[in-house]
Write a protein that binds this ligand. Structure first.
Ligand SMILES: Cc1cc2nc3c(=O)[nH]c(=O)nc-3n(C[C@H](O)[C@H](O)[C@H](O)COP(=O)(O)OP(=O)(O)OC[C@H]3O[C@@H](n4cnc5c(N)ncnc54)[C@H](O)[C@@H]3O)c2cc1C
Length: 395
């Protein structure tokens, strides 16, 4: 069995490793000539770590990661804590795997090192997938180099602007969410006493919110700030923004956030779009996975986790029922969960941005009470996200 995989992002590389674990071959075709990641962190929640552990990667990830003490929500201006869910050792106890934060380039390094240790995975860089053609027992993929690759199935792990999806379902029409996002990574040595808490912390406020967490054993702090505003720019992670604008957006917020913005070398800013649900993810011997199939707004930190879960499910399906049935089976097994995560992420956008004093009291008041009186209940509300285990329960 040989899988062709379009895209060497988190989804594509993890899928290649999941196929390799089950003794199947994979050829990963990546448009970029050199693999690199944007300067940003990523949260690897226990549901994703269970798959990465099965691939034998926990040790290598842990060595480069930061393990937060808790998941928290705070008021952006006062810094007052609404609730705190301990993770650290508790994450493994409650959800079966650790909760970790890692710099994206460190995660890429771990995945590439694992790919380099196996002969079953071939990585072709600097080759863009242009399209595919389904044959009786195979699929052919046409590359921008003029070459053709042939395999038993094609996996479109080519992200938000997927070429494979466009051929399968036509051009999509993303919908602007009315939110712009800032991001920066800042060495904690620059922050003095105002290093963000050693937690995954969501700071909420009227029409905006921020997320902070630490990376590389605490050497770096990751900042994401989301602000409701009009559309002004393109959907690109690498478009720089002005520090003065970011400071204005978070004026009067906790000094922790103001300091992060002031000390950031470069801040990036881009508009956030939402995508409609796709009716299916397959066509002949081709299937979509990760952001190509179900792009997820970043308000639950679950987009990559869904791609990682998909990778395991698809590899097991291929082993169990063969490629042509597996490509149809992925949507059946995964669309309910990925749809629920997408909807919950959309709902968080509203929860984090309560605009009026009354709506803030109505939303955050009960959260504060539950966080202080019934912390186990607050924790248990996360079980369906982090306790999910595709390695034991399939989709
Ligand atoms: C601000 C922000 C914060 C986030 N935080 C988190 C988080 O904490 N936790 C989490 O789980 N998720 C998070 N996410 C979501 C996560 O980043 C994505 O869901 C994840 O990266 C998707 O991986 P992917 O492999 O599907 O796609 P991508 O990472 O986009 O990879 C696609 C790859 O395909 C390549 N490609 C594209 N077209 C072609 C082609 N035609 N031919 C060949 N190659 C091609 C691209 O170059 C790229 O390498 C966040 C997202 C944002 C925006």
């Amino acid at each position: 069995m040989k899988a062709l995989i379009a895209g060497a992002g988190i989804g594509g590389l993890t899928t290649a490793l999941a196929f390799d674990r089950l003794g199947m071959e994979a050829q990963v075709i990546e448009r970029a000539p050199v693999l690199s990641e944007v300067g940003a962190g990523i949260q690897l929640s226990p549901n994703a770590m269970k798959v990465l552990n099965l691939l034998g990667l926990e040790h290598a990830i842990r060595a480069k990661a930061f393990e937060p003490e808790a998941l928290e929500m705070r008021l952006g201006r006062s810094g007052h804590r609404l609730f705190r869910i301990p993770v650290g050792r508790q994450a493994r106890h409650n959800w079966g795997a650790p909760y970790l934060h890692i710099h994206r380039s460190d995660l890429l390094e771990v995945l590439l090192a694992a790919v380099s240790r196996t002969d079953r995975v071939k990585l072709c860089l600097g080759r863009g997938v242009l399209g595919y053609e389904t044959g009786l027992d195979e699929v052919s993929v046409y590359l921008d180099s003029g070459d053709r690759a042939v395999g038993d199935l094609l996996i479109g792990a080519d992200g938000l602007h997927s070429t494979v999806r466009t051929q399968m379902l036509g051009p999509e029409s993303p919908v602007f969410t009315g939110n712009l996002a800032w991001r920066a990574v800042v060495p904690t040595a620059r922050l003095g006493a105002l290093v963000p808490p050693p937690t995954a912390c969501v700071w909420v406020g009227p029409n905006r919110h921020a997320v902070t967490y630490l990376l590389r054993q605490g050497e770096l702090a990751n900042f994401v700030g989301v602000v409701e505003a009009g559309l002004d720019g393109i959907e690109s992670w690498t478009a720089p923004g002005s520090s003065a604008q970011a400071l204005a957006d978070f004026e009067g917020w906790s000094p922790v956030l103001e300091t992060l913005i002031r000390k950031a070398g470069t801040l990036y800013r881009w508009p956030l779009f939402d995508r409609p649900d796709l009716p299916h993810w397959h066509d002949g011997r081709t299937v979509l996975l990760g952001d190509a199939a179900h792009p997820t707004l970043p308000f639950m930190a679950q987009g990559a986790a869904m791609a990682i879960e998909d990778s395991h499910v698809l590899a097991e399906l291929c082993r169990d029922v063969g490629p042509s049935k597996a490509v149809a089976g992925l949507h059946k097994l995964r669309s309910k969960r990925t749809g629920r995560i997408r909807n919950a992420s959309r709902a968080n956008m509203k929860t984090f941005h309560r605009a009026t004093a009354l709506s803030r009291v109505a939303t955050y008041g009960p959260m504060w009470v539950a966080g202080h009186v019934l912390p186990d209940m607050v924790r248990a509300r996360q079980d369906w996200i982090y306790g999910h285990d595709v390695t034991s329960q399939g989709g």
